[in-house]
Ligand binder design. Structure first.
Ligand SMILES: *[C@@H]1O[C@H](CO)[C@@H](O)[C@H](O)[C@H]1NC(C)=O
Ligand SMILES: *[C@@H]1O[C@H](CO)[C@@H](O)[C@H](O)[C@H]1NC(C)=O
Ligand SMILES: *[C@@H]1O[C@H](CO)[C@@H](O)[C@H](O)[C@H]1NC(C)=O
Ligand SMILES: *[C@@H]1O[C@H](CO)[C@@H](O)[C@H](O)[C@H]1NC(C)=O
Ligand SMILES: *[C@@H]1O[C@H](CO)[C@@H](O)[C@H](O)[C@H]1NC(C)=O
Length: 503
């Protein structure tokens, strides 16, 4: 009786293991099976084991075998898809992040195979299973109002990406309009970026038509801004993006027409044209470039670490270089800037997982409770879904102003976090061009930063309104051209303020 009960208790686990094993075997088989050649199999080849010489007459037999194998594969794939559909992941979600990642790897493998196979029967079979599995794992993929019902939601989403395109995506609401206009102005008129820019919002109540029109007028050169109401792409009932704050970010990246997406917070400040991100080694290698937060609070937030460790059963090589993972610092990601290539199937499916973590029920139950907003969902989703990704090589640094502490040590202080490019030159920082975005009594105060520091120790201000400092590293100066970019960006921001809110 006891053992029977134990067996029952373990059933889902065994089913999962069996399913995953079956998928692995199947994927291997489909990838290497002789019936997926791109050239007709009429070539005469020697069988290395039995020394049998195959010839064109052998093809008929092979074709016959193929048909039988397709039938076997078909039921295996359909059984697996049905299994995942019949046993959906139910709330509470906290312990399902890893399981969803594992199921997503099956989705990734089927999608990859469906893209590769030539045989139309196999292609249809895989595409059909892919669509059914995708919607069971990620219900938000279902189009609102059954748009394009002739095509599955994954196929139709992928078809909406413009092949080879790259662009900047900035999610913006009425509240961040001012910073979005500063950013767009600086990108186009100071840094001379020619990348197209898409503004993403969640309905008229999020970003009013009047504000959209004003934002359009701030663009004087380059391609006009385009606007995407995210609720025309994803069904908002399970997402609640209009009131979701950060939650819109991964959906904006996923729903954008750009294939390569540079996703930036409205309050991001650039020191180099964003084009350099598309040539960043890490992005070229993996198709997903992320930036680190500051190294803070070693050993704190134990529950968060225990949860991460409970969900990540097979840590990737990328995690091995994380000081948050290996040395238990508290904060890993600064998602103010993220670069993803949705043409890579692993990255695309990783993005599905990230979106799920930011969907309403999941973020309310766990994501936004145990971590801060969307910031940790990016690496976590890529990691769990088995996607390749890479962080920029340094934890967050600082740009600001010099100070000297009681011990005579020189430090750099401010309210923002700075990041460098692949060659360790300043690239961007968060928190807007304002001196201190967090204080309402400083909402018109700008000041050009003069120094920066990286790879040193943080002395964090007690509250968001308080200055933080970095100490113990090399005190670096802004170069003349970096200073020029800052001066011109601030000048432009002031004139945009006057345009948006005429006195
Ligand atoms: C998958 O195949 C089934 C059965 O042939 C069909 O009813 C269903 O519409 C197909 N689904 C998709 C997304 O192609
Ligand atoms: C429907 O799919 C077609 C073909 O992929 C595409 O051109 C069209 O824009 C889609 N329509 C919508 C509303 O998504
Ligand atoms: C942008 O173009 C202007 C005018 O051509 C030029 O003065 C400025 O140096 C350029 N900015 C950068 C960052 O190249
Ligand atoms: C910059 O990013 C960090 C980490 O995400 C955050 O804690 C901080 O509040 C941000 N600063 C501003 C001014 O928004
Ligand atoms: C940085 O600027 C200060 C003040 O202009 C100057 O004294 C110092 O030598 C500069 N440091 C470096 C490394 O160039």
């Amino acid at each position: 009786m006891n053992s029977l009960l134990a067996l029952r208790g373990f059933r889902p686990t065994w089913l999962s293991i069996a399913a995953v094993t079956a998928v692995a075997v199947l994927s291997f088989y489909l990838l290497y099976s002789p019936r997926l050649p791109t050239t007709p199999s009429t070539v005469v080849v020697t069988d290395p084991v039995n020394q049998i010489l195959t010839d064109p007459t052998y093809v008929d037999v092979a074709t016959k075998t193929t048909v039988e194998l397709v039938n076997t594969d078909a039921s295996l794939i359909n059984d697996l898809a049905q299994y995942f559909i019949d046993y959906p992941l139910q709330p509470p979600y906290k312990e399902h992040f890893g399981e969803l990642g594992q199921r997503s790897r099956v989705l990734r493998d089927w999608l990859t195979l469906a893209d590769q196979v030539q045989d139309p029967t196999t292609k249809t079979l895989l595409s059909n299973a892919t669509e059914r599995l995708a919607v069971s794992l990620y219900p938000f993929l279902e189009k609102p109002n059954n748009q394009n019902a002739s095509q599955g939601p994954v196929a139709s989403l992928r078809a909406s990406f413009e092949p080879g395109s790259a662009g900047i995506v900035i999610p913006t609401s009425d509240h961040t309009l001012r910073f979005a206009s500063h950013l767009i102005g600086a990108l186009r008129s100071v840094l001379n970026s020619t990348l197209p820019i898409q503004i993403v919002y969640a309905g008229d109540a999020d970003l009013t038509p009047k504000n959209r029109a004003q934002l359009s007028q701030t663009v004087k050169t380059g391609p006009p801004l385009d606007f995407l109401d995210i609720r025309t792409v994803f069904d908002d009932t399970t997402l609640q993006l209009q009131s979701g704050g950060w939650a819109i970010k991964p959906f904006a990246a996923l729903g954008s027409r750009f294939e390569k997406v540079i996703l930036a917070d409205a309050d991001a400040v650039f020191l180099q044209p964003p084009e350099v991100l598309l040539d960043h080694d890490a992005f070229l290698r993996t198709g997903a470039l992320l930036f680190h937060d500051r190294l803070l609070w070693k050993g704190a937030f134990r529950e968060r670490h225990e949860w991460w460790e409970s969900q990540i059963r097979q840590p990737s090589a990328a995690l091995a270089s994380s000081l948050v993972w290996t040395e238990k610092y508290a904060e890993e990601g600064d998602s103010g800037l993220v670069v993803v290539d949705k043409a890579r199937v692993d990255v695309l499916v990783g993005l599905f997982h990230i979106c799920w973590q930011n969907s309403y029920a999941v973020r309310e139950e766990i994501t936004y409770k145990i971590t801060y907003g969307d910031k940790e969902t990016w690496w976590f989703g890529m990691e769990l879904a088995g996607a390749r990704y890479e962080f920029s090589g340094h934890y967050g640094g600082i740009v600001g102003w010099p100070e000297v502490d009681e011990k005579g040590e020189r430090k750099v202080c401010s309210f923002v976090i700075a990041h460098v490019d692949a060659r360790d030159r300043l690239l961007w920082y968060n928190g807007s061009l304002l001196k201190n975005k967090g204080r309402s009594d400083m909402e018109d105060e700008y000041e050009v930063p003069v120094n920066w520091m990286i790879d040193a120790e943080w002395h964090k201000g007690a509250a968001k309104q308080d200055m933080s400092c970095m100490v113990g590293g090399e005190l670096r100066n802004f170069t003349l051209s970096e200073r020029g970019v800052m001066e011109r960006s601030i000048e432009l921001a002031k004139s945009l303020d006057a345009f948006l809110h005429p006195a």
